[in-house]
Structure formats: structure tokens, C-alpha cells
Design a protein around this ligand. Structure first.
Ligand code: PLP
Length: 366
């Protein structure tokens, strides 16, 4: 891409997509136009190479442009199979749902597909309402579940939700890790407790040991569904295929997105037991209460099946665990004693550096 073309990209983007974003990039001096991506690397229009730490907000677990996934999707496109089948069972959806059930384990057996993480969390919230006939939802302060109206209702940050209020009523925040607060909130008979196994957008916050298991016990006691949002932690990112597998529990609803489509196709899944699914949607007058035109389309399912196969064959979860330990210890060694680094934490390759003066006044005194 020539620099004239790149300028025109910036101008078109500013004019027709998001002016404030371009302004922000300019202000910080990061106004690059990236034109090539492979593995962990990005290249800008001047051929400069960058290490991609953002990884598509955690959606590129395979790396960019994985050759095997590219090939599989090329094959899908040349095979001329129907991409959207609304008048019969889709082979691609059936195969992907079966694969997810095998990976998630009993009793998570039924998958509902969507295109984004937000939609998949919404599907979980709707399922909980349909199953329990209760309106209430408990969520964690600092949690992030998407930007649709339903998911904004269960998000911790005021800046993102305030312009759109009023949102869903009967949603109650509890601090992440605080079991006493959760127990109090659940005593009002909520339909669902929605939580991430590790708060991603909230600052890579790990749960206290045993928190999620005990949360599940409390949910069971009050017949509240536990919805585990693994949109960010799933698909090998934290050192297991799903983060819940390291926590000794199985949620009522498992939500997946981001990396499920290998960074190439938008696809997300809300996986639950056949008992709960049957209760919500198991009759002829209810089978179509949830869904959308592109949910479970063939291309996206092929991307997800290809992704899962690569994660397994290349042992990417195990790799994330080992590389994550290297990354954590490397960062801790390199940044030890740095006055602006408060903490370095994470699990697998979901790692964060908390910045800020370690002690009030520290910087000013130096
Ligand atoms: N849930 C979690 C934990 C997320 O991190 C995100 C996005 O960052 C979402 C849900 C929303 O996913 P999407 O942006 O695909 O709607």
C-alpha cells in the first residue's frame, strides 16, 4: 500500500467509520495502517514489523493467517455447500455442536450459535429467564459481557453503560470474589449469575482459589443458573481448552466466542445441558424462540471446527500454559522494582501488567 493509499484509508475511516478513533490514534502517535498479518506479527504500510500483543482482543489464539485454517476455508468455499440452511438440519452445525459437547463434557451437550460474544451471553441470559421464569440477574463489578442492551445491563463500567440507560431492571452487581455478597444477592431469587472465570477487560483479575466452585454451590442452592462467560478465556487461552476445567466445576451455561472462529469468522456459542435447553426451547411452539439469520452458518462452523482441530493437534492450550509461565516470569524479572508496575498477573497467555504508582507519591519523590 502506498502512503497516498494509506492516507486515503485514514481519511475514509475518519469520515465514514469512526472520526474520534482516528483522532485518538493520531494524538498518541500510533496512527499506523496495518496491511499484513502472519502468526504473532503485523506489518504496516511502510513494511515495519510489530509484535501483536492485542491479538484481536484475544480472538487470534491460532495466530494470524494460520495456513491450515486458511486452506480449510478455501476448501469450504470451493465445495459450494450451502452456507445457510434454515429448512433442515445443517451438517456443519451438527458436527460443531457434537465437537463442543465432547470437549466441554457432560452435561454440556447442546449448543446455540450466534455471531458475537455479546449475542452468546444474551442467549445465556434469555435461556436463564425462560428456564427459571425469574427476571433477576447477578453479575460482577468490573465484569464485561458485551455492548448490546442486555449485556450492558450486566456490565460493571459506568462509562460504557451510562449513555444507554435505563437498561434491564433487576440486575445486581457483586464484587468479584466476594462469596458473602453473592449469597446475599442470590437470596432474592435471581435467574442467573453471570461471571467470567478471569475478569479480562476488568484487568486480568484472577478469582480467589475455590471461588467459582463455591459460587456454583450457592447458585445450585438457590436454583440460579451459573453462566460462565468464557468468550475471552476459552479456546486454550488460559492453558486449558476452557478455563472452568482448571476450577473443578461445570457451569450450567458455557459461553464461547472470539477465538472460536480462528480470528477469521464471527462465531460464538452458548452451550448448555439438554435438560435446560429442553425446558426453554424443547417444544414445537418454542423451538424457534431464539436464533438469527447467520447463526451457525456453514463458513463460520467450518472455521470453528478447523480452529478446534488446530488447538488440539498443535497442543496450543498446553503451549499457552508453558509460554504463559515463561511470559509471567520474564516480565516479573524484567520489570522488578519498576516504580510504575503494581502487579503482573495472569494465567496461560491471558496476562496483564497493572500500571500505576506502587505507592502514593512514589514518582513525585524521585
Ligand atoms: N464477554 C467477554 C468476557 C468479553 O471479553 C467480550 C469482549 O471483549 C464479550 C463478552 C463480548 O464479545 P463481542 O465483542 O464479540 O460481542
Amino acid at each position: 500500500m502506498s502512503s497516498a493509499e494509506s492516507n486515503s484509508t485514514v481519511e475514509k475511516f475518519a469520515r465514514h467509520v469512526n472520526p474520534a478513533f482516528v483522532k485518538l490514534l493520531g494524538l498518541f502517535g500510533y496512527g499506523r495502517v496495518f496491511v499484513r498479518a502472519e502468526g504473532t506479527r503485523l506489518w504496516d504500510e511502510d513494511g515495519r514489523e510489530y509484535l501483536d500483543f492485542l491479538s484481536g482482543f484475544g480472538a487470534i489464539n491460532l495466530g494470524h493467517s494460520h495456513p491450515q485454517l486458511n486452506l480449510r476455508l478455501q476448501e469450504f468455499l470451493t465445495a459450494k455447500v450451502p452456507n445457510l440452511i434454515h429448512v433442515g438440519p445443517s451438517p456443519a452445525m451438527a458436527e460443531l455442536a457434537e465437537r463442543l459437547a465432547a470437549l466441554a463434557g457432560d452435561p454440556l451437550e447442546v449448543a446455540m450459535f450466534s455471531s458475537s460474544g455479546s449475542e452468546a451471553v444474551e442467549a445465556g441470559l434469555k435461556l436463564a429467564r425462560a428456564v427459571t421464569r425469574r427476571a433477576g440477574i447477578v453479575y460482577c463489578t468490573g465484569g464485561f459481557h458485551g455492548t448490546s442492551l442486555g449485556t450492558l445491563s450486566v456490565m460493571g463500567g459506568d462509562r460504557m453503560r451510562a449513555p444507554f440507560e435505563p437498561l434491564l431492571s433487576d440486575c445486581h452487581a457483586v464484587p468479584f470474589g466476594d462469596l458473602a455478597a453473592l449469597e446475599r444477592a442470590l437470596s432474592h431469587k435471581a435467574g442467573a449469575f453471570v461471571v467470567e472465570p478471569i475478569l479480562g477487560e476488568g484487568g486480568v483479575l484472577l478469582p480467589p482459589s475455590g471461588y467459582l466452585r463455591e459460587a456454583q454451590r450457592l447458585c445450585n442452592k438457590s436454583s440460579t443458573l451459573l453462566i460462565l462467560d468464557e468468550v475471552q478465556t476459552g479456546i486454550g487461552r488460559t492453558g486449558a481448552m476452557f478455563a472452568f476445567q482448571a476450577e473443578g466445576l461445570v457451569p450450567d451455561v458455557l459461553v464461547l466466542g472470539k477465538a472460536l472462529g480462528g480470528g477469521l469468522a464471527p462465531i460464538s456459542a452458548t452451550v448448555t445441558s439438554s435438560r435446560l435447553h429442553q425446558k426453554a426451547y424443547g417444544t414445537i411452539d418454542r423451538f424457534d424462540l431464539h436464533g438469527s439469520t447467520f447463526s451457525g452458518n456453514g463458513f463460520a462452523c467450518a472455521a470453528a471446527l478447523g480452529t478446534l482441530q488446530i488447538v488440539e493437534s498443535e497442543r496450543l492450550a498446553e503451549n499457552a500454559r508453558a509460554r504463559g509461565e515463561d511470559l509471567l516470569s520474564g516480565l516479573r524479572n524484567a520489570l522488578a522494582g519498576h516504580p510504575l508496575v503494581r502487579e503482573i498477573r495472569g494465567r496461560g497467555l491471558l496476562v496483564g501488567i497493572e500500571l500505576g504508582p506502587r505507592e502514593q507519591g512514589n514518582l513525585l519523590q524521585k
